[in-house]
Design a protein. Structure first.
Length: 375
């Protein structure tokens, strides 16, 4: 079986789906690996490194299985052979046009973001691996943009108090942001509507911010936060606005899969913050948690710097690619027989759960609904 790796063409995308180390492991397992020339350059992996690992240079869309990072463009879908398998981030709940095109092309596609969140699939959880990068980078951005120290400093000129940081959302990105801000010396609080994460927040040395919302819990299937009612959201915003006003920096990471990001930081909350404060909104790609966020831009509103970064993992492509490659390797392990042939077992809950298109049809329930296709 041949696995091929195209060069990513999406704007700003520097990651690569397979790094040489993982490509070498696949070759040792009896697979052929074809890497398009220049595919690894953005993550500092030259073509020679792939050749040394046993991969060959060639057409990145020629494999029985094509592995990518970003969703394919229309031109890239046209390069996929009918009956081939595509693995990558596909945005199945929002990129309906792409999903329809893959079905029409006769491609069997697997979305890394649709991997079931079960124990057996943890090594394939690319959402978590890339969120780790995002949370880390978000804390660094907050520290860089804040015109104050993060840690407490005792100097001959006096003592500087530590920065107060609030992290909204305690998923993988949020927890990494907490851990990184703590390492930088900030006093950190974190808020999440899921009461189950309180212990995780406190284990990282942060304080769990409790709001009197009358909620016991708001956790949905898969460990994600459920969407709150309009009344719950309004109460949450009002209570958060007061707490946000006490902070030097806010890092927001809250998201609901397939929906617009929940609005947590209102314009009034921004006005409550002291001049020079910072907001880093990791939900910018899905509308933003902050009312004043401008996706892809850093703006100053009410004398507060608001950063709306897009695709943060691509800004740290070396480790982001390395982690993603291991996720891909684990998933491929379920797709390949002992003889090294492609063998897709759709009775396997991971294979079935991650499959988006098959035999010319959209088979993923959420993707079907988003595309307006009847079951």
């Amino acid at each position: 079986m041949n696995v091929s790796v195209p060069k990513e063409t999406a704007a700003g995308e520097r990651r690569v789906a397979l790094v040489p180390e993982v490509a070498g492991r696949l070759v040792q397992d009896g697979l052929e690996v074809t890497v398009e020339s220049g595919a690894g350059e953005g993550a500092h992996h030259p073509d020679a490194a792939y050749e040394e690992a046993g991969a060959r240079s060639g057409d990145g869309f020629s494999g029985d299985v094509v592995v990518k990072v970003a969703p394919p463009s229309a031109d890239e879908i046209g390069r996929l052979a009918e009956g081939s398998v595509l693995v990558g981030f596909l945005q199945p709940l929002t990129a309906s046009e792409t999903i329809r095109a893959l079905a029409d092309r006769g491609v069997t596609s697997f979305a890394m973001e649709a991997i079931p969140r079960i124990t057996r699939a943890q090594s394939m959880d690319a959402l978590s691996s890339q969120a780790t990068v995002s949370g880390y980078r978000a804390a660094l951005i907050a520290a860089q943009e804040l015109p104050r120290f993060f840690p407490m400093l005792t100097t001959a000129a006096g003592t500087v108090r530590p920065a107060k940081v609030l992290v909204l959302g305690a998923g993988v990105a949020g927890l990494q942001a907490i851990a990184t801000a703590r390492r930088l010396g900030a006093v950190v609080q974190a808020f999440d509507v899921r009461s189950a994460v309180k212990e995780q927040i406190e284990s990282l040395g942060a304080r769990f911010l409790e709001l009197d919302m009358g909620l016991e819990d708001a956790e949905a299937a898969g460990g994600y936060a459920r969407a709150l009612t309009d009344e719950e959201q309004q109460r949450q915003r009002e209570l958060l606005a007061e707490e946000i006003g006490k902070m030097d920096a806010v890092i927001s990471t809250a998201a609901v899969p397939g929906r617009r990001a929940p609005l947590l930081v209102t314009e009034q909350a921004v006005k409550n913050m002291s001049p020079g404060s910072v907001i880093v909104d990791l939900a910018a790609e899905t509308g933003g948690n902050c009312e004043l966020t401008e996706p892809g831009q850093t703006v100053v509103k009410e004398d507060v710097t608001i950063v709306g970064p897009l695709n943060l993992p691509a800004s740290m492509p070396d480790h982001a690619s390395s982690l993603y490659s291991r996720n891909i390797q684990s998933l491929l392990g379920l797709m390949v027989s002992d003889e090294g042939d492609l063998s897709l077992d759709f009775d396997d809950e991971v294979i079935a759960g991650a499959c988006i298109t098959r035999d010319g049809q959209i088979v993923h329930e959420g993707a079907r609904t988003a595309a307006g296709v009847a079951a």
